[in-house]
Design a protein. Structure first.
Length: 518
């Protein structure tokens, strides 16, 4: 037996929103979560700007803040080839070295190859798994797939369903089936297959997938709330919360004497970033620096993110967008780019990545991003064919900021609702490949930009109705004492250290660790 003094189960609630849960508890739809709240100490979790990295689960699995891991976003720029990449994690799990037998199931970014102290399976059905599918012991994956089946909702993990009522209904059903199967696997793995654990970690990912694809059915202020698919979206979205509540009940009943820490890093909400970050900002900079128009919208696409009645969209958002991109590439640039950089890579589904063949000709370009707009300066001495001298760095950032301030949303006629952060800290020549020189954060949804000189950019249809724009996260800690109290607010980044402290690591500090110890 381990010398750890307790057994702890960490239940990650990926994409769970506390405000949604509060409303559903009030309607009597989440009785197990209500029961947990009545017997647990709870606290808020603040992510700060770390939320925009999109790497909350890597930060949990590694225990490292972005400054420590040098991972400031999920994408990285290869400045030699002018390529965008989305690398998997290369970080050691925070549990490594703990005197605790650890079992993990489907925790994103938890690299089992980098630790000898954990068993389990990862990348069964995670939303953004961050690691390839693997298990320890090696045959465990086959046992799970043979005994329970493969993940039944793979095609909907990044579902694009709002244009189609039937697809929306189908996604809701698939997600519910996924939660039910997840429930069976978690109980079997932790109670039967690998029962001798001190620390168990598992994450429910269906909240995340359902929120991103079905949020327009929940949010009455969303531009797509009146779309014919909204009713089915709401039904599926709520049903996922109810199915996950049943999973929570199984865990509470199956492990009544085990301490439980259930948490979500941050809340969720409407998606403000997809269209402007993935398309409109890249096109704005392309037009400004090349004098050419790369994207021409379909006349059936409307400024509120919807499409004209009777119009159709593909099962995925990207193809109809990229089919309308014409990024001209002069002969000399084709020689510089080389054949390799013209081949599809892991990010070529995103329109922003397809502008890369023009990045060499631009003073600044928008790198592919998921949660905000991210601009890189084509800096001499950093990018392979940099155009901007370091002394002009700040001037180029000002130029990009002014371009954005000159834009308006054609739907409202108002300036863009954005926050612009020029990065003037540190040496830009040393800027990390996952970092940006200027960051744009969006506070409402924009499906088109209109610039007085560069013209109308867009509109483009909504991609994910839901996103990571919610408020604080929340955690519930049931330690068997029956104590029910509010502990206050802590940083989400403190969770791994708190888990280590609870498992007997006397060196793990932090305000949260101290609060949970007492």
């Amino acid at each position: 037996m381990s010398e750890a003094s307790r057994r702890l189960l960490v239940l990650g609630l990926d994409g769970f929103d506390p405000e949604v849960a509060r409303r559903l508890i009030g309607e009597g739809r989440l009785p197990r979560l209500a029961r947990l709240q009545e017997s647990a100490r709870s606290f808020r979790l603040e992510t700060g700007l770390e939320k925009y990295t999109g790497l909350a689960w890597e930060q949990f699995s590694s225990g490292l803040a972005p400054e420590q891991s040098q991972r400031f976003s999920a994408t990285a720029i290869d400045v030699d080839r002018y390529h965008a990449q989305q690398p998997t994690t290369r970080l050691t799990p925070f549990t490594d070295g703990l005197d605790a037998r650890t079992v993990v199931f489907d925790a994103p970014y938890f690299d089992l190859t980098r630790t000898q102290s954990a068993q389990g399976m990862v990348s069964w059905g995670s939303h953004d798994p961050g690691v390839p599918q693997l298990s320890s012991p090696e045959g465990l994956t086959a046992e799970i797939v043979e005994g329970f089946g493969a993940y039944p909702a793979t095609e909907f993990i990044y579902g694009f369903v709002w244009p189609d009522v039937e697809r929306t209904i189908e996604m809701g059903k698939a997600m519910i089936e996924a939660v039910k199967l997840r429930t069976q696997i978690v109980r079997w793995l932790l109670a039967e297959r690998l029962p001798d654990w001190d620390l168990a970690i598992t994450v429910i990912s269906e909240y995340h997938s359902a929120t991103e694809a079905l949020w327009h059915g929940w949010d009455e202020t969303h531009p797509l709330y009146e779309h014919p698919s909204a009713s089915a979206a709401r039904e599926g979205f709520v049903a996922v919360y109810e199915a996950a509540d049943e999973l929570l009940g199984v865990v509470l009943d199956a492990f009544p004497d085990v301490e439980l820490l259930a948490y979500t890093p941050h809340g969720m909400g409407r998606n403000y970033a997809d269209v402007p970050a993935m398309l409109l900002l890249p096109e704005l900079l392309y037009r400004h620096y090349t004098g050419r128009k790369g994207f021409v919208a379909d006349p059936d696409w409307l400024p509120d993110g919807s499409i004209r009645p009777g119009a159709t969209l593909a099962d995925h958002w990207s193809p109809p967008i990229t089919e309308r991109l014409r990024i001209e590439q002069p002969f000399f640039d084709r020689l510089l780019n080389g054949r390799d950089s013209l081949q599809p890579d892991g990010m070529d589904w995103m329109p922003a990545a397809l502008y890369r063949t023009a990045w060499r000709r631009m003073d600044a370009y928008a790198s592919p991003a998921f949660y905000d707009g991210r601009v890189r300066v084509n800096l001499r001495g950093r990018e392979a064919r940099g155009r901007v001298s370091p002394r002009r760095y700040a001037a180029v950032l000002d130029e990009v900021a002014q371009l954005l301030r000159e834009c308006r949303d054609p739907r409202t006629g108002a300036p863009l609702d954005i926050e612009i952060e020029p990065r003037l800290d540190g040496d830009p020549l040393e800027r990390n490949p996952t970092d940006a020189d200027l960051i744009v954060r969006f506070s409402t949804d924009h499906y088109a930009f209109e610039h007085p000189r560069l013209g109308l950019i867009g509109p483009a249809p909504c991609r994910r109705p839901g996103g990571h724009s919610g408020g604080p996260g929340v955690a519930y800690y049931r330690d068997g004492s029956g104590r029910c109290e509010e502990l206050g607010s802590f940083r989400t980044l403190e969770i791994p250290a708190a888990v280590r402290a609870l498992m007997g690591d006397g060196t793990a500090g932090g305000a949260l660790a101290q609060a949970l110890r007492t």
